[in-house]
Design a protein around this ligand. Structure first.
Ligand code: GN1
Ligand code: MG
Length: 342
């Protein structure tokens, strides 16, 4: 299939080495390497992204806006096929190719507050630079993606209609996570609070979605499938969720989960350095809430998937999504504890 895709771009697959790339859970990614240039090929999971063409439209719109207004800003737009398309469909699967930015690298774990700062600055800069573009012009690539209220309702539906054996196994955990329902109530208030603005946000701010140069400076953000109108708490929250702890969502030894204060400070500083003038005073007071919001949503999503027999995230071992959910609840409770002692 990759060979057919490459042909559409005028590439001879004999000249390329193809390697699986990255650790994303939803799309499939490969790096293709030729002597002096490399590319990233990606197959979009169209069971998740029901309208892959919406993604292509958004990237085109954002790319043109940035090109016109900030020509020096590095934005990695897709390569075009021989016939000028930026996404193609082969046997019902959607593919696109990005140039691999030479001299750049990605990282999987944040081991230095300076890295957290750089990443937060990059995500802040992205939303800041695009702030002149009306967010309503973007397609919603994943409806209700970060709608915490809906995620809670989906969790409740899974309690009613999900795998009964698994519901019994997770019973105590379910009670524990219900205690944090106030996080959903706070989100309900945010939705009707004009102090929280809808902007173009990234919605997937994990560290592997930032390119760094050889000196560890942030170059740009990548993985633009979920750029959509949204709240800043999505972006800041997912950074807190994925940079604060030295152990990630896959860790089974929960003793290793920690909230590292200097990383928290670095994220707030990096993001505020770009977005400080854009955020309202109420938004500026909501950084910790942002973390709670995204971590709680991930607990609900992993647990819901466990109760629904792993139809969304899949599992690599029995009980994988329950372990992930428990891991994220430990992180949430550590963040709350940390905020209470400040
Ligand atoms: C998915 O595919 P990936 O790894 O970039 C998910 C995120 C979750 C993340 C948890 C479209 O991201 O929302 O936070 O897994 N993306 C989608 O690891 O559901
Ligand atoms: Mg992603």
């Amino acid at each position: 299939m990759i060979t057919t895709v490459l042909k559409e771009y005028g590439f001879d697959s004999k000249n390329f080495i193809v390697q699986p790339f990255g650790s994303g859970l939803i799309n499939s990614t490969w790096k293709i390497i030729q002597q002096n240039e490399s590319y990233i090929v990606q197959r979009i999971n169209h069971l998740v992204f029901k309208h892959p063409e919406y993604i292509a439209d958004n990237i085109r719109l954002v790319s043109c806006y940035l090109q016109d207004n900030y020509p020096d800003y590095l934005f990695v737009a897709p390569v075009k096929t021989i016939t000028g398309k930026d996404m193609i469909c082969v046997d019902g699967n959607f593919f696109r190719i990005f140039p691999f930015v030479q001299g750049s690298h990605t990282i999987d774990v944040v081991t230095d507050p300076a890295t957290a700062y750089e990443a937060a600055k990059q995500f802040g800069a992205f939303t800041k630079k695009i702030s002149g573009l009306d967010a309503d012009r973007l397609n919603i690539t994943l409806p209700d993606f970060h709608n915490l209220t809906l995620r809670y309702t989906q969790f409740e539906s899974a309690l009613n209609a999900g795998n009964t054996e698994r519901i019994a196994i997770a019973a105590l955990f379910i009670e524990q996570l219900k205690k944090h329902r106030d996080i959903v109530d706070a989100f309900e208030n945010i939705k009707s609070d004009p102090a929280f603005k809808i902007r173009v946000t990234h919605h997937d701010t994990k560290i592997s979605n930032v390119l760094f140069d050889e000196d560890g400076k942030g170059l740009c953000v990548i993985d633009l499938d979920t750029i959509m109108p949204g709240y800043f708490i999505s972006d800041v929250g997912d950074m807190l969720r994925t940079y604060l702890s030295p152990a990630n969502e896959e860790e089974k030894d929960f003793e290793k989960i920690e909230v590292r204060q200097e990383y928290l400070d670095a994220i707030i500083k990096g993001y505020s350095n770009e977005m400080g003038d854009e955020l309202s005073e109420t938004e500026k007071r909501s950084f910790i809430y942002a973390g709670k919001f995204m971590i709680y949503m991930q607990v609900l999503r992993f647990l819901t998937d466990y109760l629904n027999n792993d139809i969304y995230y899949g599992e690599k071992y029995e009980g994988h999504n329950l372990v992930r959910a428990k891991n994220q609840l430990v992180l949430l409770e550590k963040l709350i504890e940390n905020a209470n002692v400040q």
